[in-house]
Structure formats: C-alpha cells, structure tokens
Ligand binder design. Structure first.
Ligand code: 5AD
Ligand code: SF4
Length: 432
C-alpha cells in the first residue's frame, strides 16, 4: 500500500486544506505515515505570510530531499507554491509538484504521471470544494471554509496574491457541509475565511445571504453546541452580525478582530481605512449585545515609517481594549505587496525591541484575564488527553486552554469551576 506524508504550516485554512488533502489521498487507497523515509509521496502544505515561513519551507525541502526514498515524489501545495510558482523548480530541481491553494485537488495527476512536473497556481475558482471527497468522520471542532481570498489589499499582505480575490461559497453548500459535520461528530462549528465576515452569496433567485444567516441556520442543528468564526475585518462587522451575539447563545463570546496598529497614520499606510473611533464603536456595540465578549487581535510592529509615537499608540489601544489571546509580528516585506517598496523601512533591532515590549504587555493582559476567571464556572469543550494521559484538555468559551484531572466519564461539553490560572492556561474541576 502506498504511503503519504503531509506537513502543514500556517493558518487554520491551511490546516483545513491539509485534512482535505489527506482525505483525498486516503480515497486513492493511500495511508498516512509520519516517517518521511517510508513515504511514497511527500507534501508540504505551506504558508507565505511572512518571509520566515517561506524560508522554513525551503529548508524543510532540503532536508526531505536527503531523507526520502529515491523513488518518492515530493512537492509543495498552498501559498508558497503560489508565491514561488515555477521558480520553486529552479531552486529545487528534483521537486515534482507545485500546486497553489486553489488547485491542490489536482494532486492525483502526479500519481498518474510521476515522470512529469506538475505546476498549477491558477486562481479564480472554488471547484476544489466540489471535487474533494467529504471527510467520513468530523473532528469535534469542524472548520468549514465559507469564503476564500481577500479584497481588502492591505499593503503588507501577500494573501490577495496567493489566495486571490474574495469568493464566497454557495450558501446551500456551506449548510450541507455543516449538517454533514454535525451528523458525523462535530459539536462546534468554526466558519473560516481570510475575510470571514465579508461572506456574501447571492443565489439564482436574487436572495443574498450573509454570515449572520449561516449562524442562524447552524444554531438550529441540535448536535451543534458552539459556533465561532475567524478572521474578521473590522468594517465588515455589520449590525446583523453583531445582533447574533445578542440572540444566539451558541455563538461564543469571543472574537478575533485584528486591528494591526493603533496609529491612524500607519493604518492609512496599511490601506486599512478605519478610524480608532469606529473600531472602538464596534467593540462597544458588541459589548452591548453580549457583555462578557472578549476580543483578540493581530498586530504588526515596525511597518515602514512607524515612529516611536505610532508604536506608543498601538500600546495604548491594546491597553484600552484589553485584548486577550493576541498575536504580534514584526513587519516582514513580502513580494507582490506595496509596503515592501515603501521608504523608511524600520531597522530590525527596533522591530525586535517593539515586538518584545508589545508581546510582554499582551502576555500580561492575557494573564490578568485568565486570573479573573478563577472561581467562575466556564463552559468548556473537550479537546482530548494531554501527552501524559493524566489530564484532559478543554477549551473554554473564550478559547483558553483549561486542564483538568483525567476522569473516567468526562463530558464532551463540561461546566468547569476554575481553580487556578497562569498566562498559558487555566486549571479546574468538572462540576457537571
Ligand atoms: N508581515 C508581518 N505580519 C504579517 N501579517 C500579514 N502579513 C504580514 C507581513 N507582511 C500578519 C497580520 C495578519 C496575520 C495573519 O499575519 O497580523 O493578521
Ligand atoms: Fe491580508 Fe487580512 Fe488585510 Fe485581507 S484583511 S489583505 S487577508 S491582512
């Protein structure tokens, strides 16, 4: 029996793509292996959002060439495939395939014609969703992509190039996938998209569906207990969607809504044309709809032209919003993006110092929030045992990790009394 090895880098959309690729190869009668030297086909499912991520892929390819069987096929799928295109074959001459994020369903072609080089980095269609086989068993948390690509064109971001312009999937297809996930084991649905709250689909009869419609319909499925979505663009947080937080208790009180910078000047250069007032207004509306809601963000420090004062404004907005669970990155110039060509690129040592300062503050905020949960009862979804098997890992409604003693009858959805907390996780006791 032929074996495949797949390694996924990057975002949740890539994790989802990785599952679909694995399912497709299993349908071709292959089995998965974790041993590169034993695999007949080796796939790196890649991320190009920062230069470091792309570099990682090429150094991994170097290691794979040395470790693989001589007859094994190897290649890349996803965003680095799209970023590099045919250039990847120049860098690694014996590479067998390079397939972009919207053409990885063509992978079986290389199995049929192993002596050719397979290159496809086309964009513009979502036919991969129709061509790929459904997963037979859904994980407890089912990630369902509802749109792909992004029209915002932030000047630092390679995603509009690698994943293309925004396309929303048909409403009926998303609901069909959601029901399938629920019937095969899902308890939580996470809708995915680069610009998830920009979801907009108009059917033949002229009826337009938004993310709020998907949430309302999904909440009717009895098996589904929790719903969330990621990642949201601030100005697409429309009133119909905000209202869902008030009326749909299954929608979790947690939202990832990246601000990227707290400086008006930098937001303009990033081509993110919203004001801090508007951003804070949206958060106030969300809090009115669901008082306990918590917000997380992504931040970029050291964007071209960022001054000490611009950075101080980022620190101030973090303090004002009191984000939990946030990510911060040093600006990384990417090909096919406007910001890479901007003057006043910030020196590496300044980027590193700003990142350290922001990270340390974000960690403090996260620890404060975690500690504020002590003595409260949170509603948690089981993820599974830890490595030792002595503990169980749960995820709270705010996406914190919560660790409890392993018990014979652990409910999949539990009310847990929080007894201790640090920056990384909570500890607690199951009470029901
Ligand atoms: N440099 C650094 N961080 C970036 N991101 C996107 N592009 C870049 C870049 N060129 C970050 C943003 C985004 C997250 C997924 O990655 O913060 O929200
Ligand atoms: Fe990239 Fe997100 Fe901006 Fe779209 S909204 S261009 S995916 S950072």
């Amino acid at each position: 029996m032929q074996k495949f090895f797949i390694q996924t880098f990057g975002c949740q959309m890539n994790v989802y793509d990785g599952w679909r690729i694995a399912t497709m190869l299993e349908h071709h009668g292959m089995v998965r292996t974790d041993d590169i030297s034993d695999a007949d086909i080796i796939i790196l499912n890649t991320c190009a959002v920062r230069a470091k991520a792309t570099d990682k892929v090429f150094s991994a390819l170097g290691r794979i060439r040395r470790a693989k069987k001589p007859s094994a096929l190897f290649g890349i799928v996803g965003c680095v495939a799209r970023e590099s295109g045919a250039d990847a074959f120049r860098r690694i001459p014996d590479l067998n395939f390079v397939l972009g994020p919207q053409s990885y369903h063509k992978l079986p072609e290389i199995l049929k014609n192993p002596d050719t080089k397979l290159l496809n980095i086309d964009l513009g269609g979502l036919e991969k969703f129709d061509e790929l086989p459904q997963m037979e068993r859904s994980p407890r948390v089912a990630y369902i992509p509802i749109q792909e690509g992004c029209n915002h064109c932030c000047t630092y971001c390679i995603v509009p190039y690698t994943r293309g312009r925004e396309i929303s999937r048909a409403y009926d297809d998303v609901i069909r996938d959601t029901i399938h996930a629920a019937k095969t084991g899902a308890i939580e649905i996470c809708f995915l998209g680069q610009n998830v709250n920009g979801y907009k689909y108009t059917d033949d009869k002229g009826h337009t569906y938004r993310l709020s419609d998907l949430i309302r319909e999904t909440a009717k499925i009895p098996e589904i207990m929790r719903i969330r979505f990621t990642s949201s663009y601030p100005t697409e947080m429309t009133d119909d969607l905000i209202k869902m937080f008030a009326i749909e208790p299954k929608l979790l009180p947690f939202l990832n809504m990246p601000i990227q910078s707290g400086s008006k000047n930098i937001l303009t250069k990033m081509n993110r044309p919203y004001t801090l007032e508007l951003y804070c207004d949206i958060i106030n509306k969300l809090k009115t709809a669901r008082p306990e809601i918590q917000i997380s963000s992504d931040f970029i420090v050291g964007f071209p032209g960022e001054t000490d004062e611009d950075f101080a404004e980022t620190m101030r907005i973090a303090q004002k919003i009191k984000y939990i669970n946030s990510y911060s990155f040093k600006y990384s110039p990417r090909p096919h993006t406007g910001a890479a060509l901007m003057p006043n690129q910030v020196p590496e040592n300044i980027k590193a110092a700003r990142l350290a300062e922001l990270d340390s503050y974000l960690n403090e905020l996260q620890r404060d929030f975690n500690e504020s949960c002590i003595d409260k009862t949170l509603s948690c979804l089981l993820e599974g045992p830890d490595k030792t098997g002595k503990h169980l890992i749960y995820r709270t409604q705010f996406m914190q990790q919560c660790i409890v003693e392993n018990a014979e009858s652990a409910p999949e959805l539990a009310n847990i009394l929080i007894t201790a907390a640090n920056k990384a996780s909570l500890r607690g006791k199951i009470i029901s």
